[in-house]
Design a protein around this ligand. Structure first.
Ligand code: IPM
Ligand code: MN
Length: 373
């Protein structure tokens, strides 16, 4: 398959994790006979520094012409501190989502059995957790009318949703549930918000046509509590933009490290893939950031183009690195392995995908000398 992939390494540890993902995709290309054409573009703080804009026109053009977009991270460097809410790096991502019409943000949270000890939850609560947050990405308070009165003393953000916006992501959520545990939980505040009432009505109606999928409704505050109390009850969590933002972060921390959670943002024509973590400026250049979230985003990219065996190969290679404890320090304090070692190991494993006898020499990895580089 030929794929044009826009690469947006961004800020902080973004370029480091994207380097590892690139190694893995190059290995997939070679082993499975694909051709990926990468084109790099600027976004976030580094784009502001270069062009004065978090999403330069050239970047938007490259992204809209690409089959897929891979993002590293958007940073919060000190100069964009919390006092300055004007021109912020993450505006680049918000503008990209809006311009490309990326309406479904998909964040899978699946616990790795070998990492259960890293979870803040007890083993018996977290084990077997396997859920996906389907977050609507175009509407709600993110894009609703915003206002500030003249005196600067009263402000508002409108939470607006149309039937059309609700139904397109709802269909994706039900289709996903059909191939999984066959359950959709709509998370809302229908006891308070008019927009939530519309969500219940539209989702309820669509749910009738997916007879094999059970539909459940849950208020957002209760869902936040249930996520830590009994996360395995969930299969697909379907929700609006802001609730999804909050609940996806909460859900992702259950697996033990943000460095493990990938995401996809899907539109009618474009699709973007990125790790859930941000730029982690304090780790920039240290070779300590976990590249797995970014590598698993690439697995989601492959799946999006129905390259299921390739995606499975990436997941298996990631599992192998976890099983062999070739992990960054977020997963194992004092680990001797860094970002590039983990990336090399996973890429090497992929390169040797067809070789059953392949056995990685851990000592070489420790020295930063992979077998193929
Ligand atoms: C996310 C982020 C963004 C959001 C920020 C950076 C604007 O938190 O992708 O979840 O709120 O959507
Ligand atoms: Mn968020």
């Amino acid at each position: 398959m030929n794929l044009k992939i826009a690469l947006l390494p961004g800020d902080g540890v973004g370029p480091e994790v994207i380097d590892q993902t690139l190694k893995c995709l190059r290995a997939i290309e070679e082993v499975f006979g694909h051709h990926f054409l990468f084109k790099e573009a600027a976004v976030g703080a580094m784009a502001i520094d270069k062009t004065g804009k978090p999403l330069p026109g050239e970047t938007l053009r490259i992204c809209s012409e690409a089959d897929a977009i891979l993002v590293g991270a958007l940073d919060n460097p000190k100069q964009y501190g919390y006092q300055n809410m004007g021109l912020r790096p993450e505006l680049g991502m918000l503008q990209l989502r809006k311009s490309l019409g990326l309406f479904a943000n998909i964040r899978p949270v699946k616990v790795f059995n070998s990492l259960i000890h890293n979870s803040p939850l007890k083993k018996e609560v977290i084990e077997d957790t396997d859920l996906i947050v389907y977050r609507e990405l175009q509407g709600g308070v993110y894009t609703g009318k915003k206002a500030l009165n003249e005196k600067g003393t009263v402000a508002s953000d409108l939470c607006e949703y149309s039937e059309k916006e609700i139904s397109r992501i709802t269909h994706l959520a039900f289709k996903a549930a059909k191939n999984r545990k066959k359950k959709v939980t709509l998370v809302d505040k229908a006891n308070v918000m008019e927009s939530s009432k519309l969500w219940r009505k539209v989702v309820g109606k669509i749910g009738e046509s997916y007879t094999e999928v059970a539909l459940d409704f849950m208020f957002a505050d209760h869902a936040a509590m249930q996520l830590v109390r009994n996360p395995k009850q969930f299969d697909i969590i379907l929700t609006e933009n802001m609730f999804g933002d909050i609940l996806a972060d909460e859900a992702s921390t259950l697996v033990g490290s943000m460095g493990l959670v990938a995401s996809a943002s899907i539109g009618a024509k474009n699709a973007l893939f990125e790790p859930l973590h941000g730029g982690i400026p304090q780790e920039k250049g240290n070779n300590t950031a976990n590249p797995i979230a970014s590598i698993l985003s690439a697995a989601m990219l492959l799946e999006h183009f129905k390259l299921f065996e390739e995606a499975m190969a990436v997941r298996e290679a990631v599992n192998k690195s976890l099983a062999k404890d070739i992990v960054t320090p977020d997963l194992k304090a004092n680990s001797k392995y860094g970002t590039s070692h983990v990336g090399d190991f996973i890429a090497d494993t992929l390169s040797n995908y067809d070789d059953d006898d392949f056995n990685m020499n851990d000592e070489n990895i420790g020295l930063g000398k992979s077998t193929i580089i």
